[in-house]
Write a protein that binds this ligand. Structure first.
Ligand SMILES: *[C@@H]1O[C@H](CO)[C@@H](O)[C@H](O)[C@H]1NC(C)=O
Ligand SMILES: *[C@@H]1O[C@H](CO)[C@@H](O)[C@H](O)[C@H]1NC(C)=O
Ligand SMILES: *[C@@H]1O[C@H](CO)[C@@H](O)[C@H](O)[C@H]1NC(C)=O
Length: 468
């Protein structure tokens, strides 16, 4: 459940001029206030819930099944047999599940990157229909693996169709130089359309790389990451924002492109450093009132910045706030539920997975508060690595308030085109598991939970299914 955050500001004690406050009086007053507050909160909870203190788990019984915590035990294989001489030279350190994940020759590679099994909407009829299998290869309606990494989904009201945009990475992975990170040349932004979020039709490259002009931002030797598209109700244009960089990530800019149609082609307009700050991982968020925001990792990824876009969504305004200062978060994904803003971020460890964190705010411009790790189920290591993936976007499920799809990328740095999608149910409800300091141990926000499931599907009655 959610409580309005009225008691944010710590009360300051002032004494009347002339009178002297003894320290013990202040302490006892504080203690008194503390108990009064506890009592008040309790009574309020009772009022709301008809005398029973409990936290609502979910708005929808259909989602109950998805809120079951599903454990997954992944066995680390026994160490390979090595010759006694080799063992003597270099004693083997104990391998962790993360080591196994990062080792492309791991014996349990298939657990993280299954090769044979794929989600194939053209073949998986009857029993397997509409099931998401996080981590499996996902084929489009032509039978090719979907190429929409670091992506996001736009629901187009006009055509009542979902469009999934992301990095098209179907090229060789290589290192530009000795200390360079694994990369694929820019190919462009892929776009896929769907009515049910499961069967995706390839709409082609909606923004393609520049092959000849070496000084162009989109020249294949550069970097284009995390493209996101929103629709502008005033101008009737589809606007794409993306991270634009050079091979060494020193340009640290955002790029903007525009189209009359969700399926492009998008015209690339320009790139810039927003508010004159460096900008790497980023996303955009369109609020209910039509105001859109750019959120980006800045100051060498040590903090995030957030600021509104201009009315046409083609630029940033002069307003910007620094949030999560010194926290080193990236891969932001924003969403809103019952007037509260939520965000999932990852840590900064390159292609390697790390722990997700949830954040909440009353105002999108902040202050943003920590909510802890939202991941539930799986196993300890997978919870600490966002199920071996990194956030990219959070999509509301229409007709199910409080229910979302958490979209993440399971990067495969050995072959980036083979990176997988990890989609899981994200549910807002129940008490936050990390109470904030200023509210005396009572959670002010609802908990955000991302539930691990080996396979799952959206519940019957989801509005997308009615059209099938
Ligand atoms: C679907 O499931 C039923 C019952 O579990 C099984 O008998 C049937 O063979 C399955 N069909 C397919 C196409 O897998
Ligand atoms: C190459 O790209 C740059 C930057 O976008 C542009 O200014 C220039 O006109 C382009 N050159 C050609 C030959 O298209
Ligand atoms: C990237 O860094 C490498 C090694 O430091 C350097 O050789 C190369 O010229 C740089 N490339 C660009 C485009 O900055």
């Amino acid at each position: 459940m959610r409580m309005r955050n009225k008691y944010r500001k710590p009360t300051t004690f002032r004494c009347n001029a002339g009178s002297r406050c003894s320290t013990s009086a202040v302490v006892w007053s504080l203690v008194g206030c503390f108990f009064m507050f506890q009592l008040y909160t309790l009574v309020r909870q009772k009022d709301r819930l008809g005398g029973e203190i409990q936290f609502r788990v979910s708005n929808h019984p259909q989602f109950h099944e998805l809120e079951q915590v599903e454990e997954e035990n992944i066995q680390i294989p026994p160490p390979r047999k090595r010759s006694p001489r080799a063992a003597k030279r270099k004693p083997r350190r104990p391998t962790t599940l993360i080591d196994e994940f990062l080792d492309e020759n791991s014996q349990i590679r298939h657990v993280f990157f299954p090769q044979k099994l794929a989600i194939d909407p053209m073949k998986d009829t009857a029993n397997d229909s509409y099931y998401f299998y996080p981590g499996r290869i996902w084929l489009d309606t032509d039978g090719n693996p979907i190429q929409a990494h670091g992506g996001g989904i736009l629901f187009d009201e006009k055509s009542r169709t979902y469009y999934w945009y992301g990095e098209y990475k179907d090229g060789p992975t290589y290192h530009a130089h000795k200390r360079g990170v694994a990369r694929v040349d820019i190919i462009g932004v892929g776009c896929y359309s769907s009515n049910d979020l499961w069967k995706w039709k390839n709409e082609g490259l909606v923004l393609a790389a520049e092959k000849a002009n070496e000084t162009h931002d989109l020249h294949k030797s550069n970097v284009l990451e995390r493209p996101k598209v929103i629709y502008n109700d005033h101008t009737g244009k589809y606007v794409m924002w993306m991270h634009i960089d050079d091979v060494n990530y020193t340009k640290a800019s955002v790029g903007v492109a525009i189209s009359d149609y969700p399926t492009g082609p998008f015209d690339y307009l320009y790139s810039k450093r927003p508010h004159e700050f460096d900008s790497r991982d980023m996303t955009i968020f369109k609020d209910d009132d039509g105001v859109a925001y750019l959120i980006y990792s800045s100051d060498d990824n040590s903090e995030l910045h957030i600021g509104p876009l201009t009315e046409d969504y083609l630029d940033v305004t002069n307003t910007v706030r620094r949030i999560l200062v010194g926290q080193h978060r990236e891969a932001p994904a924003l969403f809103k539920h019952e007037g509260t803003y939520y965000m999932i971020t990852s840590g900064c460890t390159g292609w390697a997975p790390n722990e997700a964190l949830g954040h909440a705010a009353e105002s999108v411009m902040g202050p943003w508060e920590f909510m802890g790790n939202p991941c539930a189920g799986g196993n300890k290591v997978s919870r600490l690595t966002t199920f071996f993936a990194q956030s990219t976007s959070v999509l509301p499920v229409p007709g199910f308030t409080g229910s979302f799809i958490f979209m993440a990328d399971r990067w495969n740095p050995a072959d980036l085109r083979d990176s997988r999608y990890v989609w899981l149910p994200l549910i807002v409800g129940g008490p936050a598991d990390r109470p904030l300091d200023y509210n005396f141990g009572f959670p002010l926000w609802s908990r955000v939970s991302i539930y691990w499931h080996r396979k799952w599907k959206l519940p019957q009655g989801w509005s997308g299914w009615k059209r099938i």
